[in-house]
Design a protein. Structure first.
Length: 369
């Protein structure tokens, strides 16, 4: 029960290996990349407590020595203070140009450590070992690395592709149900944006995935990663098609800003709600049928996910204020917002041509629900 997806980027190509038990095999997987049998691992405290010893044993089985740094868990880590701490720690460990840094954790760790690897000695190689569903299907693949600025999320960073990604699906068993479902928001996004057959498969198999069925988990991660790999291979630096991966994100970023990037709304939850809103907007604009947004919402609800704005606890700002927050998104070009809309489930496209009064009316109705 193991699959490999190849990300085809010329001399920056790499494999994403997906399956249960990869931590225990990490040494034999990583050793071909090494010039000396030593790696540095950066993780977070939660992941380290649960899984670092398994990784250490997996590396030791191939006689690879490991030193590790654990950062505090959570989005607040993804800023300058922990970033400079990480870079200086890597320098203290005497990481050389030929060495490999391992990012072992969820999206925060993958993004921060990838960026540290991008700038350390003008670039060292790194391996992603993603431990959250969101990181396995999205952030560990494609080379976007970075940290947040006070002005906004992910505003400081670099494209730096990993040399290998090991997605151990066994590790997903230690996620909370909430974190798992938040990651599932990104999985279902792939079906909605480019593969209606995958969406139908998820309608049938989503509950199995949530219940821990390993074959279903491997299949869902593989199909998601394959879609991302294909898109990244076509458009590594997001000049066009890669923006499709942002389905639901224009709404999501406004909601994340409105909830202070707090526990009130996890990123994957915002993506799911944002996708439902993007389909509603597409239907209002006559681009897709009225049934599509209903079908999207029905699946999210069946999975027990946040689907509507009323599923977010506490007060939300007005529709006008949410539109203003969208205007601060980094995807704004010449003052115009970019939306990912859909002609059908599985057929999304990028456009800047969306009347703001329609966006406003979608949000007003969503807030009134
Ligand atoms: N998470 C969107 C991208 O990697 O492009």
């Amino acid at each position: 029960m193991e699959n490999t997806v190849h990300v085809d980027l010329g001399d920056r190509s790499y494999d994403v290996v997906i399956g249960p038990g990869l931590l225990a095999q990490a040494g034999e997987r990583i050793v071909p990349l090494l010039k000396r049998r030593r790696v540095v691992v950066v993780s977070d405290e939660t992941v380290a407590e649960l899984h670092l010893e398994t990784l250490r044993a997996g590396l030791a089985a191939a006689e690879i020595e490991m030193t590790a740094l654990s950062l505090p868990p959570g989005e607040a880590t993804k800023g300058w203070p922990q970033f400079s701490r990480t870079v200086e720690w890597l320098l203290d460990q005497k990481v050389e140009r030929g060495d490999v840094v391992v990012a072992f954790g969820g999206g925060v760790i993958g993004d921060l450590v990838g960026f540290a690897a991008a700038v350390l000695r003008r670039g060292v190689r790194f391996v992603q070992i993603p431990t959250s569903l969101l990181a396995q299907v999205d952030s560990s693949v494609g080379g976007k690395t970075g940290i947040n600025a006070p002005q906004g999320k992910n505003l400081i960073g670099a494209f730096h592709q990993p040399s290998l990604v090991l997605a151990d699906t066994f590790v997903l068993g230690t996620l909370t149900a909430r974190d798992f479902l938040a990651g599932y928001g990104e999985v279902v996004k792939y079906g909605m944006l480019g593969d209606s057959e995958f969406f139908t498969w998820l309608e049938k198999n989503g509950p199995l995935l949530a219940d821990g069925d390993m074959a279903a988990r491997v299949e869902a991660v593989t199909r998601s990663v394959q879609m991302k790999a294909d898109i990244v291979a076509r458009d590594e630096t997001e000049q066009g098609d890669r923006a499709l991966l942002n389905l639901g994100h224009t709404f999501c970023h406004a909601l994340e800003a409105a909830t202070g990037y707090s526990d009130r709304l996890l990123h994957g939850e915002g993506v799911a709600i944002g996708c439902a809103l993007a389909f509603e907007l597409s239907a209002r604009l006559g681009l897709c049928s009225q049934e599509d947004p209903s079908r999207v919402r029905a699946h999210l609800k069946e999975m027990g996910m946040k689907t509507d704005l009323s599923d977010i606890s506490g007060e939300l700002p007005s529709a006008e204020e949410l539109v203003d927050l969208m205007g601060q998104d980094k995807k704004v070009v010449d003052g115009q917002l970019t939306f990912i809309l859909a002609r059908n489930i599985g057929d999304a496209f990028v456009t800047g041509d969306v009347p703001s009064d329609t966006v406003l009316s979608v949000l007003k109705d969503a807030l009134a629900k």
